[in-house]
Design a protein around this ligand. Structure first.
Ligand SMILES: [Zn+2]
Length: 721
């Protein structure tokens, strides 16, 4: 009978001992031994033991023929064991026989969500917590208040939500400068009942919720609701634009502290967390400088009238709030700006402007949470092809960049390392309005983050992580999460082939899906050349490539090149670029790729900050008479034109003679921004080594928002003809 034969075949498959091909767990367990056979989850006994000898959050799983034993010493340990078992379970409900011992590297494994710039309701916040839970994360940093909205009900101050939770309209486009608005009101807040519901829901997933009430800046929604709290006492609207409002809490008025203490009393009742985040970032102090009450406060405190006076006034606010919270058994976390003032060592520092603040804080004895924008800002673009991306704030943090983050530096002592509590990624929502977009920014970068938080460096392996993503996306799909697909596309790196003096394209993609390419401008298909090794692109050729997958649709990648005499030449770089914009350097300066996109995140813009750019190109027998550099200027983003361009030549690469030089005045505010080209012409030479120096603006001018800070200089290519 046919039917019986089919049934017999199914039984055989279930009972077979064929090893499952992929045993994929993200984040990678500390120790995992995989056996050859399987058990069906529905047929075995699941035994849970509390084993107090295990560290907090650690767990053991032992899958045997007739039983699965799970051991842990904490609720979180059991929850993580359950997550691991879920990931090990295949479509037939089977689990491989494994022995696992697993424990996290860091005690603090966080995700941040800004609900002030755009509001997300209770259900979406719960979904966010679910996504954290599958990645074994344990801390949710909830950014509840800002210039653009107050999102938590405070019974004593009803206007905070009646008035402060709504804005009339929201900026269109970048929305920091020369702002246009959409005319659509936006708002929302959580009632105290809803907050309690979310805190309880998070606790059921092993997640602590840390609320952030940003003090003393990012406070416009509050001072718009209660104008007497700001220095001028004037009425303002809740902001619909981005950036930081100068209207901050007055540090001279006692009412400000009374307000903060009353708000924090209700916050402490809502959030059982040991920590309260008090912000402290990006505090414009122009109002304080003009306010008689703030000036009187400084006098009363004996704050010296020097250039640090206003910073010390902020430190006074921070310390006073900390003392109040400490009286109630709470500890503070603040952004790394609070280090600028004289603050108490018991404050925990969240390092966001790179890792320098975190390193300095650990040296000074503070506890530290690393959230550097270089690796952990998930509002940044995750692809250089920004024309295909939803609009973002800028920057570039792809999955690999997140994965590569290592919070310890080689110089850190064991004591300093012990101060690094953990790692967190931040999601600011100026440009994120929908749940789909929110999830797109989170996944799969959060999966990469989970290995940074959970795994010791020697247990990390980006190639293996990518392989495991084939299983992880099935979980995303099953749970209905939207996710970005870049890792499943062709991932190009454009270097140079020095021997043939031309660009060379290296491709990678997730798994072993085949990639095909063409050089004659035709669209690549499965009958084009199979990619097996880096491809050198000769004069006049256009490189196009595609990866072919059954389950995920993909796009054609296309790149053309601008030929010149330095293209593909050996190049060395003598000055350090900005870490955020350094991809592919220094070869990317001579790979023939020019940008048309006027966005720092796009294509191959590379940046230096404050220091001159200095590179040496081995011209290798070429004769040449022109040097040109292309830069992208956007002054409100501190991206300036060069102050000078210099060329030097040498035959031995050691002693250089000046060849040509030009100086440029610093650009005035009124000069239009954009992509600009600077040329130097000189008598034809065939000197072997050409040194190029591009001078940057060391200090932003008076009229800038950040006077005195170093400017960025962006370059895409150094052309020699
Ligand atoms: Zn004041």
């Amino acid at each position: 009978m046919k039917f019986r034969n089919i049934l017999y075949a199914i039984v055989l498959v279930v009972a077979s001992c064929t090893p499952k091909q992929d045993v994929h767990v993200i984040p990678e367990p500390l120790e995992m031994k995989v056996g050859k056979s399987y058990v069906s989850l529905s047929e075995v006994q699941l035994i849970y033991r509390n084993d107090d000898s295990l560290p907090n959050e650690a767990y053991k799983i032992s899958v045997r023929r007739n039983k699965i034993v799970v051991k842990a010493s904490s609720d979180n340990g059991f929850l993580y064991a359950r997550q691991t078992l879920d990931q090990l379970t295949d479509e037939a409900g089977r689990v491989p026989c494994v022995e696992i011992y697993d424990a996290p590297r860091f005690a603090y494994r966080g995700m941040h969500l800004d609900v002030a710039r755009h509001f997300f309701g209770v259900d979406q916040v719960k979904k966010y917590l679910d996504i954290m839970a599958i990645h074994k994360m344990n801390t949710f940093h909830w950014h509840l208040t800002d210039d653009q909205g107050w999102r938590v009900e405070i019974k004593r101050y009803p206007k905070l939500t009646e008035f402060g939770s709504m804005r009339k309209e929201t900026a269109i486009g970048k929305g920091w400068y020369d702002v246009k608005y959409d005319g659509i009101p936006h708002g929302g807040y959580y009632t105290q009942e809803e907050i309690r519901e979310i805190v309880a829901y998070a606790a059921s997933k092993g997640i602590t919720v840390i609320p952030e009430i940003d003090v003393p800046a990012h406070m416009l929604a509050a001072v718009a609701s209660y104008p007497e709290l700001c220095c001028t006492g004037k009425q303002h609207d809740v902001w619909g634009r981005w950036g930081v409002s100068p209207e901050i809490l007055c540090a001279g008025k006692e009412e400000s502290f009374e307000f903060l203490e009353n708000v924090l009393m209700e916050i402490m009742e809502l959030f059982p967390s040991e920590y309260i985040h008090i912000g402290g970032d990006e505090c414009p102090k122009t109002r304080w400088a003009e306010c008689p009450l703030c000036q009187a406060r400084m006098k009363e405190l004996g704050i010296a009238d020097d250039e640090k006076a206003l910073v010390n006034l902020q430190a006074y606010v921070t310390n006073r709030v900390e003392t109040f919270l400490a009286q109630h058994g709470k500890r503070i976390i603040g952004w790394d700006e609070i280090l600028e003032g004289n603050i108490s060592q018991s404050a925990t520092i969240m390092s966001w402007r790179g890792t320098d603040g975190g390193i300095a804080a650990a040296k000074a004895g503070h506890d530290v949470i690393m959230t550097p924008n270089t690796h952990c800002y998930l509002d940044y673009y995750q692809s250089r092809r920004i024309q295909d991306e939803p609009f973002a704030i800028g920057g570039f943090v792809n999955v690999e960049k997140v994965y590569s983050f290592e919070p310890y530096t080689p110089e850190m002592t064991p004591e300093q390392r012990a101060h690094i509590l953990g790692v967190q990624a931040n999601l600011w929502t100026e440009y994120i309005k929908t749940p789909e977009h929110l999830e797109y920014m989170l996944l799969p970068r959060m999966s990469a983050l989970s290995e940074v938080q959970w795994c010791a460096p020697e247990k990390k392996d980006y190639g293996r992580f990518l392989d495991k993503m084939s299983s992880m996306v099935k979980i995303y799909q099953k749970l209905g999460y939207n996710f970005a697909r870049h890792i499943f596309e062709v991932q190009p790196v454009i270097g140079v082939d020095v021997e043939n003096a031309c660009p060379q394209v290296r491709l990678t993609t997730q798994g072993d899906a085949p990639m095909y390419y063409t050089l004659d401008g035709s669209e690549p298909t499965e009958s084009s050349t199979l990619y097996t090794e880096p491809v050198s692109v000769r004069d006049g050729e256009v490189f196009k490539a595609i990866v072919v997958r059954e389950d995920i649709p993909t796009h054609v990648y296309s790149q053309s090149f601008t030929r010149h005499k330095a293209m593909g030449k050996a190049i060395t770089m003598n000055t350090e670029p900005s870490e955020l914009y350094a991809a592919g350097l220094p070869q990317s300066l001579v790979n023939g790729v020019l940008n048309e996109d006027q966005d720092a995140a796009a294509g191959e813009w590379m940046a230096w900050r404050g220091k001159p750019v200095e590179v040496v190109i081995d011209m290798n027998g070429e004769s040449y008479s022109t040097l040109s550099v292309r830069t992208f200027v956007s002054k409100w983003e501190d991206m300036y034109a060069p102050l000078g361009l210099e060329a030097y030549v040498s035959e031995d690469g050691q002693t250089f003679e000046p060849l040509a030089a030009e100086e440029y005045p610093i650009e005035e505010e009124t000069v239009p921004d954009g992509i600009k080209k600077y040329d130097l012409e000189f008598p034809e030479t065939s000197a072997r080594y050409l040194k190029v120096v591009v001078k940057t603006v060391p200090a932003l001018p008076e009229w800038s928002e950040r006077t005195g800070k170093p400017a960025y200089l962006f370059l895409d290519e150094i052309k020699v003809e």
